[in-house]
Write a protein of this length. Structure first.
Length: 210
């Protein structure tokens, strides 16, 4: 395991990721499975959230239980593909606020271009989870994390389905303190900047714009 990078080995997640990778998987099934995979990744990415003890009266007796405590949560998908991961996270964290950052990729330079950004106030008082299915060159993730830090965010984590080593390296170089949670760390990028073997263009597969 690369330092501060967590690649899940959960068998259910690995099984569902194989469905997302398959070029025969249609748009409807892709969306449904993406939601399921996101929920599984969400468990991994939130396993260290702080809790506090509370007293709960069951039908049988009173016991000490745990509830989440500390900072409130903000979910920030990187548009457009990141939207596909929002529902899965909100199933786990229904009270989380949601911001949006829009970054498109220049297909010649592979550099991110920001076209939209709107996030909740007081990010310095919140845990911020940035989501994007693909971590390819890392340009969009680095730019999104930088933008959020400029807005005051201090406690950040990045959750992606599939990453290339180059993308992980780029994020770690620019934001070494940000943990990265993945379903898979793939082999490389091809000459077009796509992850190999990857799963194609996640945005196109989510929205049926192939």
């Amino acid at each position: 395991m690369i330092q501060n990078v967590y690649v899940s080995s959960h068998p259910l997640l690995e099984h569902k990721l194989s469905i997302l990778r398959d070029e025969r998987t249609g748009t409807r099934e892709f969306r449904e499975v993406l939601k399921e995979v996101t929920m599984l990744l969400g468990y991994e990415a939130t396993r260290d959230l702080p809790t506090e003890d509370i007293e709960v009266k069951t039908p049988v007796a009173t016991c000490t239980c745990k509830k989440l405590s500390g900072r409130k949560l903000v979910l920030v998908p990187i548009l457009r593909a990141g939207i596909g991961m929002v529902d899965g996270f909100l199933q786990l964290l229904p009270s989380a606020k949601v911001g949006h950052i829009g970054l498109s990729r220049n297909e010649e330079t592979l550099e991110p271009i920001e076209y939209y950004a709107k996030v909740p106030n007081e990010l310095d008082k919140r845990n911020v989870i940035v989501v994007d299915p693909m971590l390819a060159t890392g340009g969009s993730a680095v730019a999104a994390l930088t933008k959020l830090k400029e807005r005051g965010a201090k406690n950040l984590r990045l959750v992606c389905l599939v990453a290339a080593p180059a993308g992980v390296e780029a994020v770690q170089k620019a934001h070494p303190e940000v943990p990265i949670y993945l379903a898979a760390l793939d082999e490389k990028l091809n000459e077009k900047g796509y992850i190999v073997p990857g799963l194609g263009d996640a945005g196109d597969r989510i929205f049926g714009t192939l």
